[in-house]
Write a protein that binds this ligand. Structure first.
Ligand code: SF4
Length: 437
């Protein structure tokens, strides 16, 4: 059942500038492969036995194991997989339960409004995920007669927002398709099992890992096997201090072997990786560091620094019924960062502005918007709130403006509304805005 792995991006001959085929790079040595069928069988057996005994009891796993309706099962897995992208399991559980209670089927989700989706998603981050989930549910309901696609290939092709990983997870867990998955946890485990130290975010290495995942996946329990591999990465083979002593696949782990015995395990009939010649070994300039042990793997290219941004934001406050404070929120545009979410009136700031200048541009902005003068002195500087988005280091400079009289907002501008504190927290507002309040 084991097959020779040859991801095209690693091994395809390249053309030289003169047009003649350049010599193909040497194939990676066998220590980066699972080439022994008996070892593959043993790894599957050990991993699944551990999973059966140690897996965490999670609501989407319970649903996937007990739901007889295959469409609903696939929908339940799909929602969990989208929520789990970029978000910790502990955070997702509560959102997941509320979501499935509100929209137990994809037909129910297809009838929800984006506002409702954003409200439930508020605080989970990466808001386009919820929006795309709902768009895809609408597509299944209207164009696919309510039937979820049943293979990884069709799921990826037909559903917006469903990439290769999510498609593989839904197909293997819900429909038993023997297809592997590669997410961050799987990358870490596989790179350690097979001492892959080349940049694990490069397309060639990712292709290699997908081939390896497809080779390893258990043919009779693919969904459980994929979840077991991810569970191992999440709970045992963790990034900083992996629990190798408790690991069910430690006897198959090349990184652990290297840590314990120094040299890589010898592989019969195949040369060890030559210095600098192997596309899967660490670069010659960054060799094995014995103080890191198994955490030598995986390696990643240095991440791009996040963009630094500053935004002035103003909490306009008035006394509502019974004297309770009310706050003005406005809706963001329907595309781009935090699309369609609500926020306090805000204005991106140019770099290097002094406090007086910030106050002045904010007063001008509010004035144009409210159609009445706003004295700079009436804006009270409260402080700064820092929020890290995946690619932006965002600082909100927070002002407050108490209002005695009501104001009339230009209806041609963004939709806006007054909310009590309780309504604010129930609205589709980002975590950053909750920090601001
Ligand atoms: Fe990860 Fe250690 Fe297990 Fe290897 S032995 S897979 S490094 S936990």
């Amino acid at each position: 059942r084991s097959r020779s792995l040859s991801p095209s991006s690693v091994l395809t001959p390249r053309r030289s500038s003169a047009g003649a085929p350049a010599p193909a790079p040497a194939p990676p040595p066998a220590r980066h492969l699972f080439s022994d069928p008996a070892e593959v069988e043993a790894l599957r057996r050990n991993l699944l036995a551990w999973y059966d005994e140690c897996k965490r009891d999670l609501p989407w796993r319970r649903l996937a194991a007990t739901e007889p309706d295959s469409n609903r099962r696939a929908y339940a897995v799909w929602v969990s997989e989208i929520m789990l992208q970029q978000t910790q399991v502990a955070t997702v559980i509560d959102y997941y339960n509320r979501w499935m209670q509100k929209w137990p089927t994809l037909q129910a989700l297809s009838q929800a409004s984006l506002e409702e989706v954003n409200e439930l998603w508020a605080g989970l981050g990466y808001y386009s995920r919820g929006k795309r989930l709902q768009e895809a549910a609408r597509k299944v309901a209207s164009e696919l007669a309510g039937q979820m696609p049943r293979t990884a290939e069709d799921l990826q092709k037909l559903l917006p927002g469903v990439g290769r990983y999510t498609a593989g997870a839904i197909a293997s867990i819900s429909y038993g398709q023997a297809t592997g998955v590669v997410d961050g946890n799987v990358i870490r485990v596989l790179c350690r099992l097979r001492c892959i130290g080349a940049d694990s975010s490069s397309p060639a290495v990712i292709d290699w890992l997908w081939d390896m995942a497809n080779t390893l996946v258990d043919r009779s329990r693919p969904g459980d096997f994929n979840q077991a591999l991810m569970e191992l990465g999440a709970t045992v083979c963790v990034p900083k201090a992996p629990l190798c002593g408790e690991c069910p696949v430690k006897q198959h782990c090349q990184a652990r072997h290297r840590k314990l015995f120094g040299k890589p395990a010898p592989v019969p009939d195949v040369e060890d990786c030559g210095v600098g010649g192997c596309p899967l070994c660490p670069p010659a300039t960054e060799p094995w560091d014995s103080s890191l042990g198994v955490t030598n793997f995986p390696r990643k290219a240095v991440k791009k620094q996040p963009r630094v941004a500053r935004t002035a934001t103003c909490v306009l406050e008035r006394r509502g019924c019974h004297g309770a404070p009310e706050y003005l929120i406005v809706q963001r545009p329907s595309s781009g960062l935090l699309a369609g979410l609500w926020e306090f009136p805000s204005l991106p700031l140019a770099q290097g502005l002094q406090e007086e200048e910030q106050r002045e541009v904010l007063a001008d902005h509010l004035q144009a918007w409210m159609g009445q003068p706003v004295a700079m002195g009436s804006l009270r500087l409260i402080g700064e709130v820092v929020h890290i988005f995946s690619h932006i280091h965002q600082t909100y400079v927070v002002y407050s403006l108490p209002l005695d009289a009501d104001i009339t907002l230009d209806p041609a501008l963004s939709p806006s509304r007054w909310v009590t504190e309780k309504e604010f927290y129930a609205s589709a507002v980002s975590t950053a805005m909750k920090k601001v309040l």
